[in-house]
Design a protein around this ligand. Sequence first.
Ligand code: TYM
Length: 329
Amino acid sequence: MDTVLSGIRSTGHLHLGNYFGALRNFVNIQDKYNCFFFIADLHSLTTHPKPEDFHASVRIILSEYLAAGLDPEKSAIFVQSSVPEISELYVLLNMLSYKGELERTASFKDKVRKNPENVNAGLLTYPVLMAADILAHRANWVPVGRDQEQHLEIARVLARRFNNFYGADVFPEPQALRFGSDLVKVPGLDGSGKMGKSEGNGIYLYDDEKTIHRKVMKAVTDAGPAVPDSEMPEPVKNIFTLLELVSEPSTVEFFKEKYRNCSIRYGDLKKQLAADICRLTLPIRERIDDIYNNDDYLRQVTRAGTERARASASATLKEVRKAVGFREF
Ligand code: TYM
């Protein structure tokens, strides 16, 4: 059975980008694959979170993961830092990763531009740690949004390089698990770019109905009235992209037709979008707090998940250590 691995950084709350990029359909995935879902707490250390906030942010993502439909009976759910084999593999893969190629990564360049005062080595080697996450379980498939495509390519390069360099067939080359023909990029509500935790342009699974309506009604569309035969402006296109994700095809077609014949009212479009987002997220939201407050359940889920993850990762590391040349005296 093929293995699937999916990860989310422990910062903030899950938003629609995370949901559609990494979680959608995972109910089906869990029946078909050997699944590992984890919370990337080590990755979130690149931004130096305060120790007193650190655990709560892991707990939030864990609760939201479970509320969104992750089934601990079927999948292993764990926190990255409780599987030390990942860190060991990260060290070994770092020896095969070159400064030049890491500096060329789009996400690194973006972070350097946005936070020039905190260009730490963890940021540079972020994709190497991500490769270690994936390769530790010899995952075949990784559900990701388009923003992680380049990182996944680095994981493939490192898998290939390790296998070639050590003349061992340890790692498969992980592929993106797509839900459609292309990888998803969920746009933000601010008219351009992707929905993200740091961009402040997102709708969270934790948002209540009022918040969702307020955010959607404020979303940028200000492109003026529709003009016959003109290309749809980006902010409007973004609203349609969101609508396509959450609404029935007939609803999307209804508004597209209105756009084409220039009778569209953006207020109506947004009202529909907000209602359909609520339909999707509110049943998830209802479960979050109960899960968050259930210490026993969270302990049980993470203990079982860690055990499975460590068994899988240590089997890989045994082969890795042998390939590299470690021997006991
Ligand atoms: P993170 O926490 O930023 O996002 C988690 C997942 O959500 C997807 N995503 C999106 N997809 C579409 N549109 C968007 N606007 C959008 N925003 C986020 C991301 O593509 C991702 O799949 N480096 C990763 C965490 C990670 C990981 C891994 C993922 C660490 N190790 C190993 C997969 C495998 C990250 O920061 O994701």
